[in-house]
Design a protein around this ligand. Structure first.
Ligand code: ADP
Length: 240
């Protein structure tokens, strides 16, 4: 559509991922499941604990099991050391992780139980929520938590008038040319169904469709990387 003259700062094509993409499963011996996902300079490490009895007790749900995500960006994950501990941003991203992952989990029979997912971002260069979801999905499968499938997450968006894939930190936060930047993190099942989409910013209906189609294609490739890592870790039930 508008792909012709637009140049990205790192020379990528509009629909090109950051590299490398890496995934590894089974990296934390004490956890019930664990995984690492890396996209470019962004690295997420996920650990799953449970299912176990929910504490505090008043949060127990007698009707079904609960997924509890905890997203955390480590102090030294960005160049300027950030203040450790919870923030509004980390609370929001933890919720987003739950929304993106819950549709594929089959934990209704785990009444009063919780599955804890802890994600640490050890290095951040934008796209950390997508990396967190990708690592968490693999860690949940590795832990043997019943799932319809894993999920794969990637952002697409818009720089000025051009639809692009996988925005880096500069593109996400500093790009101001023309119409500026819009970043749209999305999460897909292997069948290409969206489990979550986060749209803050401006984009036309037509370009939103283009961005979703671009992210859907990219998610298929991420899924292959995740499944390969799961298989290498011993044939866990990533696609059970
Ligand atoms: P995401 O990482 O999912 O794209 P944001 O859009 O909130 O989420 O953040 C974009 C990037 O900005 C992060 O990946 C990180 O590199 C940087 N960033 C976020 N919060 C901070 C912070 N408090 N201090 C420094 N850099 C930050």
């Amino acid at each position: 559509m508008t792909k012709s003259t637009f140049k990205r700062i790192d020379g990528r094509a509009p629909d090109e991922f950051r590299k490398p993409i890496e995934a590894k499963v089974g990296i934390i011996p004490n956890a019930d499941g664990s995984a690492m996902y890396r996209s470019g300079e962004t690295v997420a490490i996920a650990a799953v604990y449970g299912p176990k009895k929910m504490h505090p007790q008043h949060q127990q749900d007698p009707e079904k099991g609960t997924l509890r995500c905890d997203y955390n960006m480590l102090s030294f994950s960005v160049t300027e050391r950030i203040r450790p501990g919870p923030s509004r941003r980390s609370t929001e991203i933890s919720k987003i992780m739950e929304w993106a992952l819950e549709p594929v989990l089959l934990i209704d029979s785990f009444s009063n139980m919780v599955v804890d997912v802890n994600v640490n971002i050890v290095q951040a260069d934008a796209g950390t929520r997508c990396a967190a979801i990708n690592a968490a999905a693999m860690a949940l499968a590795h832990a043997g938590i019943p799932m319809k499938s894993i999920v794969s997450s990637i952002a697409a968006g818009k720089l000025d008038k051009t639809v692009v894939l996988d925005l880096n930190k500069y593109e996400d936060s500093e790009f101001e040319e023309g119409e500026g930047s819009t970043d749209i993190p999305m999460t897909f099942t292997p069948d290409g169904e969206l489990t979550h989409i986060q749209l803050d910013g401006k984009i036309s209906k037509e370009q939103l469709k283009e961005a979703i189609a671009m992210a859907r294609e990219a998610a298929k490739e991420i899924y292959q990387v995740q499944m390969k890592a799961l298989k290498e870790a011993g044939g866990e039930n990533g696609d059970a």
